[in-house]
Design a protein around this ligand. Structure first.
Ligand code: F0G
Length: 459
């Protein structure tokens, strides 16, 4: 009898292991209370399977660890900076590298260089730190993503696409006030959804007509490129590396959190083609990050990023990375658990509105669901709903996003298929008991990026 399918396996074997700690339900309840029902405030020692984020949590390769030994910790002109610059040019095609301590350092610098108070920045859905830096530089962010992105059940293959009519309206209504389009690949808050190359090309053409720049958030660009290879006609025979280069060629520069796709534990950069913008950015860099040849990273970290970039665009790596996310998603979907479809690149997003219909949005259903999941099994997830959306910069009122999600984010090269099974079974158990999960009341609200440090109690 022929096999129903042939399996894929991870393109690596494990050389070093890190023990995990199992906890009792009593220990988890105590830890959760201590953390104010916010998974960001849990101690990692109290977590069993950590799906809080894919940021800085990747397992580095033996080559990356070997590269760490080649750290040139000179204050100026480190060898590792030049290796990173070479790989940024080779794999993304941008001319000028401005290294930063992580993604938000790059967002800060580019926002300060390009935005004037009163400007408007359109983008394919907000990201928390990106939008905040744009607002702090004096801009108003306008979401111009296609409507399907706000519908967890829409199976549109490119839910990260920009709605060209919405974008043109922003250009027409704000002449001379739009410094750049903020285009993310993939779109984190929509569920790790990709933007298509056809759409990015159309955005470029429209932006050219209105003399507007396009700045890419390239944080998960290799994952985005994989979806293009799998779904976009004409790209099935192109490598992920080729697609990444083509995407970058349509933009004026990028911000990068090297803690995601590039497989490093810390680091990031801004990269641009315009020499004048690069010079202004490098000048601000010495004020806020560090000298322009390290920008907040140690030499060894720049080396790990340089090697990680190369590994991140290998097709067999991305196939296994997204294949693992897909495996977890398929299980949950087959059990009828409400998740964002299609499954995105870096995690599974539970639809907390559909999961907990009895909890109104003002009682923070996604926050409550993330807490319930932790209580069940020690799996740590992250709220991506009303708490993350925060308050409107002008009115001070709470924003009410359409998407109220819990993100199970899969670190790269860290967990096995058995960990995915344990996670799926815990989500199933919580779903069976969902009616008993209470909403939450916020007892402490920080002023900025409140989701990181807010505290809650059950209602
Ligand atoms: N852009 C995107 C799309 C991100 O997902 C992140 C970080 C950043 C920028 C900022 O980069 O953390 O290096 O300063 N996302 C993390 C997450 C925090 O968990 O999704 P950073």
């Amino acid at each position: 009898m022929p096999l129903p399918r042939r399996s894929w396996a991870e393109p690596f074997k494990i050389k070093v292991v890190e023990p995990l700690r199992l906890t009792t339900p009593e220990q988890r309840l105590a830890a959760l209370r201590e953390a104010g029902y916010n998974t960001f405030l849990l101690r990692s020692r109290d977590v069993y399977i950590d799906l809080l984020t894919d940021s800085g949590t990747s397992a580095m390769s033996d080559r990356q660890w070997a590269g760490m030994m080649l750290g040139d910790e000179a204050y100026a002109g480190s060898e590792n900076f030049y290796r990173l610059e070479t790989n940024v040019r080779r794999f993304y095609g941008y001319q000028h590298l401005i290294p930063t301590h992580q993604g938000r350092g790059a967002e800060h610098i580019i926002s300060r260089v390009l935005i004037k108070p009163g400007d408007v920045v359109p983008g394919n859905m907000y990201f928390t730190t990106t939008r905040l830096h744009q607002e702090m530089a004096g801009a108003r962010f306008v979401d111009v993503i296609i409507d399907e992105a706000h519908d967890p059940a829409s199976e549109h293959p490119f839910k990260g696409d920009i709605d060209l009519n919405k974008l043109e309206r922003v250009f027409v209504e704000n002449p001379g006030r739009v410094p750049y389009v903020s285009a993310a690949a993939t779109v984190n808050m929509a569920g790790g959804q990709p933007i298509s190359l056809a759409n990015l090309k159309a955005v470029r053409e429209l932006a050219n007509r209105y003399n507007v720049k396009v700045i890419l958030d390239a944080t998960r660009i290799a994952e985005n490129a994989w979806f293009i290879q799998q779904r976009e006609p004409g790209y099935e025979h192109r490598t992920v590396a080729q697609i990444v280069l083509e995407m970058c060629s349509l933009t004026d520069g990028c911000t990068m959190s090297a803690k995601k796709d590039p497989l490093a534990n810390i680091g990031g950069f801004l990269a641009v083609n315009d020499a004048e913008i690069a010079a202004q950015a490098a000048n601000l860099l010495v004020v806020y990050e560090g000298l322009h040849t390290y920008g907040g990273m140690a030499g060894r970290d720049m080396e790990a990023v340089a090697i990680g970039i190369e590994e991140s665009v290998q097709d067999d790596h991305i196939r296994a990375r997204i294949g693992q996310v897909q495996y977890l998603g398929d299980k949950l979907r087959d059990w009828g658990i409400p998740i964002v479809l299609p499954v995105g690149g870096h995690g599974i997003f539970l639809d907390a509105r559909a999961f907990l219909p009895h909890v109104p949005q003002d009682h923070y259903p996604a926050q409550a669901l993330a807490a319930a999941l932790y209580l069940d099994s020690g799996v740590r997830a992250m709220e991506r709903g009303i708490v993350s959306a925060g308050r409107d910069a002008e009115t001070g009122l709470e924003r009410h996003p359409k998407l109220e999600l819990v993100r199970l984010t899969i670190p790269r090269r860290v967990y096995t298929q058995a960990h995915m099974d344990v996670t799926a079974e815990s989500v199933y158990a919580v779903y069976e008991d969902r009616e008993k999960i209470p909403g939450l009341r916020m007892t402490f609200e920080p002023k900025l990026l409140r989701f990181f440090q807010a505290r809650f109690e059950p209602r």
